[in-house]
Design a protein around this ligand. Structure first.
Ligand code: COA
Ligand code: MG
Length: 289
């Protein structure tokens, strides 16, 4: 499942739902949570149901829904409304640990059976750093968690949970707790063997800032990024797609090792390359995780 760009679409907005159908985002996340006011939740849920039913054929491997948190009292109704053929995944906000992913997986087992979907088809991407507890339980993301497709992080809800006035320092840089959340997301995703997806760039008119934040994220190991506006999608897709030069360089590393199968380390243009470089090169070429 490709998770380079994941575009949030508030499910209570007919216009945004209509616009989203033409987006080149790898995934559309129909939002039932924080982009939707409490009074609009039932309407948003109904709109998500119709949208998935209508677009199931065209967008089937690309449709996610962000449900309300498991402890909100709304999650089960959300799930009952949207689990149907055509749903590719659930984004789970405000998790406390990987146990929440397992619990959601059990709900999905039942709902998939109800509508005749293959068991395990609906994948899960948790927003794994939105509660204080979650920051202390990130080690729960171990290999082999059923349905887990990726892990993302957020800085806004965490600062609200902590009671911070801001998640930024006086100079505008992210405060240490949120840098830690970013790093823990990378580590937890690698530990679980899934993609790390970077959080959103809120200033959606700032194309240069978005491109820079994508470049930073990609260098750090993120495989994709959340989008909140259609204009962000192409920038994100470009940033997380290897360039021709990167592909060529990776191919050289793979070819060099293929030519010398007994070598553990080699020199290319006077630079040492060994197993971690081969692993990274294979990943760039889409040959490994
Ligand atoms: N998905 C689909 N379409 C979107 C969109 C989105 N996330 N954001 C904007 N659009 C559409 C608008 O409806 C508009 O199309 P229209 O003229 O046919 O109605 C077009 O794109 C241009 O929108 P623009 O005027 O530039 O933005 P806006 O002021 O209408 O909306 C936001 C700005 C931030 C409110 C909007 O982008 C949004 O709702 N983003 C998602 C927020 C969200 O889901 N947050 C939760 C996760 S943190
Ligand atoms: Mg949130």
């Amino acid at each position: 499942m490709r998770l380079r760009s994941m575009l949030f679409v508030p499910a209570d907005s007919e216009r945004k739902l209509a616009k989203a159908t033409g987006s080149s985002a790898d995934v559309l996340i129909l939002d039932l949570e924080d982009a939707v006011a409490a009074a609009q939740k039932p309407a948003a849920r109904a709109a998500a149901t119709s949208f998935i039913a209508k677009e199931a054929g065209r967008l089937s491997s690309r449709l996610f829904v962000r449900i309300n948190p498991l402890d909100s009292g709304l999650a089960l109704e959300d799930l009952a409304a949207v689990v149907m053929p055509g749903l590719a995944g659930i984004m789970l906000p405000k998790t406390f640990s990987a146990a929440d992913v397992l619990r959601l997986g059990h709900y999905l087992d039942a709902l998939e059976a109800r509508c005749g979907m293959p068991g395990g088809e609906v994948r899960i991407v948790p927003v794994a750093t939105e509660t204080a507890q979650a920051m202390l339980t990130m080690a729960s993301f171990v290999p082999g968690i059923p349905r887990l497709a990726g892990i993302t992080w957020g800085a806004e809800d965490l600062s609200a949970a902590i009671g911070a006035v801001s998640n930024r320092e006086a100079d505008g840089s992210l405060s240490p707790l949120y840098v830690m959340a970013n790093s823990l997301c990378l580590c937890a995703a690698a530990s679980a063997g899934v993609a790390a997806i970077d959080t959103l760039h809120a200033d959606f008119r700032d194309a240069a800032g978005l491109a820079a934040s994508c470049a930073t994220a990609r260098r750090r190991g993120f495989r994709g990024k959340i989008a909140i506006h259609p204009d962000q999608v192409d920038i994100i897709n470009a940033a997380f797609t290897p360039s021709e030069a990167e592909l060529a360089a990776a191919q050289r590393v793979v070819d060099a090792f293929a030519a010398q199968p007994d070598a553990g380390t080699l020199s290319i243009d006077g630079v040492m390359v060994d197993m971690p470089h081969l692993k990274q090169a294979r990943r760039t070429l889409g040959l490994g995780d």
